[in-house]
Structure formats: structure tokens, C-alpha cells
Ligand binder design. Structure first.
Ligand code: ADP
Length: 259
């Protein structure tokens, strides 16, 4: 692996699982909370397999047209422009639909024929069906806890994917990730991980999302670049978590004791 290889610390057997899914071209679903390394994992796998990666961050307005393509007016002409999904199918890229459950329902309908033996996409605006390139693979992520069941993935959709769960890594591995990502000293990395573990266990706070590895990496970066430790923790870990002033104060006190 050369220095351009994205850094990814494997947690379990996910690399093997992905390689075999890719070999068999079975769509792959990454489940888990935000900031647990899902996107980094896909970047790493695309690099390892030497495939182009096209990432789409899905949101509530993302429609099948955004993915498949649309006609645009250019001067006096109307021309067809392939969307990222169509491009990926034709070029044999890996497409990563991040937070797929956020997208509009027509996205799920549009990908159905790509997720079974047909491996084809119907472009209704052109009235044609495009067969996927042999190297094409569909990958999606989904955050099961987010919005408490509001945006679910239907079983009929989920069952079209191989799925693996991502979660916060165990303390030793998480410290290792912080050190690799930011070159921070081991003692500080350990303290940041302790803070995260403590806050993650405070379920009574009712936070929608708790401290992710991403927040820890951000705090470690600030500390490494010279911002005072407590301030770094406050702005990178505590403030992004909640707007409740009392909770912010309580978490700040807790963190100040720990770093
Ligand atoms: P997600 O896609 O799950 O929201 P990301 O892949 O963007 O999360 O991860 C957020 C950050 O956390 C990454 O930029 C990276 O710094 C770090 N990270 C988390 N898990 C890992 C891991 N296993 N190996 C390397 N870096 C990781």
C-alpha cells in the first residue's frame, strides 16, 4: 500500500466480505451510526480494488432523476445528461449511495432492477434499458437508529443487499485510529477515547447521536495543531452534540475532569 492509500483500520472481516461481494457483484449495505468509518471503508475498498468510486450523499430531495439523468437546455438545443448512477453503470464504477433511506422513494424503485440478476437500469425519459458494466457495483449506507424508525428501509429492499454493521470501535482500536489520523500522542488519544466512552454510556442524556469517531478525530486534530485541549474538546465534541445549554455545561464539566 503506498502513501495515497486511504487509511482504514479493519475492525472485523469486512474487507474479506466486501471483496467477495464485489467478486459476486452482490449489492452491499453498510449499517451504522454516523462517523463510524463507513465512507472511509468504501474509499479504501475502491482503492484496493482499483475501481472508480462515485459517492452520492442522499437527502430528502434526492430523486431518481438526480441519479439517472435529465435533459438540459444548452443554447438552442436540449441535450441529455447522464446522472451519476448511469455514469457508474456505463463505466463500471462503484456507486455509494450514502444514507439511502433519506432519498425519495422513487430512488429505491429505480435501483431495484440493478440489485438482482438483471443488473440493468431502465431510463424512462429515454425509453431505454442500460445493462450494467461487469465491474459496476452498488453500495449503500443506512443509519438504523437515526430519527427513531422514521426513515426505515423496507425488508424487500434490505434483502437485496449483503449487510455489515459498523459501530464505534473498541477503545484500543479507536485510539489507534486517532493516532494514525492526526499523529496525536498516545496519552491524549486515550483520554479522548475515555471521554467518548463515558459520554456514549450516558444514555439518560437522550442525545439523538452520540460521540462518533469523527468528532474525536476532529478534537485530536485541533489539539495537535495547538489549540488548548479543553477548548478543543468543547468545540469538537460537546457543542456539536447538543444545543441544550444545561447538557452542554454538564458535559463540559465532565470533559474538563478527564483531560
Ligand atoms: P461515516 O461514513 O460512517 O459517517 P466516516 O467514514 O466519514 O464515517 O468516518 C469519519 C472519520 O472517522 C473518518 O474520516 C476517519 O478519520 C475516522 N474513522 C472512523 N473509523 C475508522 C476506521 N476504521 N479506520 C480509519 N479511520 C476511521
Amino acid at each position: 500500500m503506498n502513501k495515497n492509500t486511504p487509511y482504514y483500520r479493519a475492525i472485523g472481516k469486512e474487507i474479506d466480505v466486501f471483496e467477495h461481494s464485489y467478486k459476486n457483484k452482490i449489492p452491499f449495505l453498510l449499517k451504522g451510526p454516523t462517523g463510524t468509518g463507513k465512507s472511509r471503508f468504501i474509499e479504501f475498498m475502491a482503492y484496493k480494488l482499483d475501481k472508480k468510486l462515485i459517492t452520492i450523499s442522499c437527502h430528502e430531495e434526492t430523486s431518481s432523476t438526480d441519479l439517472i439523468g435529465r435533459y438540459i437546455i444548452k443554447g438552442a438545443e436540449t441535450i441529455w445528461l447522464d446522472g451519476p448512477l448511469t455514469t457508474a453503470i456505463k463505466e463500471g464504477a462503484i456507486i455509494y449511495l450514502d444514507e439511502i433511506a433519506e432519498a425519495r422513494p422513487d430512488v429505491i424503485v429505480a435501483i431495484h432492477s440493478l440489485t438482482d440478476h438483471r443488473r440493468e437500469l431502465f431510463i424512462d425519459k429515454l425509453g431505454i434499458t442500460v445493462k450494467a458494466h461487469h465491474d459496476f457495483m452498488l453500495v449503500a449506507s443506512f443509519n438504523p437508529g437515526y430519527q427513531k424508525g422514521f426513515k426505515e428501509l423496507k425488508p424487500s429492499t434490505r434483502q437485496r443487499f449483503i449487510a455489515t454493521s459498523f459501530d464505534y470501535p473498541e477503545a484500543k482500536i479507536e485510539a489507534e485510529i486517532l493516532i494514525n489520523e492526526t499523529k496525536i500522542e498516545i496519552e491524549i488519544a486515550k483520554k479522548l477515547v475515555n471521554i467518548a466512552t463515558k459520554i456514549r454510556n450516558l444514555t439518560e442524556l437522550g442525545l439523538t447521536e452520540t460521540v462518533s469517531t469523527r468528532l474525536l478525530v476532529d478534537a485530536a486534530k485541533l489539539i495537535h495543531s495547538g489549540l488548548p485541549k479543553r477548548l478543543s474538546v468543547e468545540v469538537a465534541i460537546v457543542e456539536p452534540l447538543t444545543d441544550d445549554i444545561e447538557v452542554v455545561e454538564a458535559l463540559k464539566d465532565l470533559c474538563n475532569l478527564m483531560i
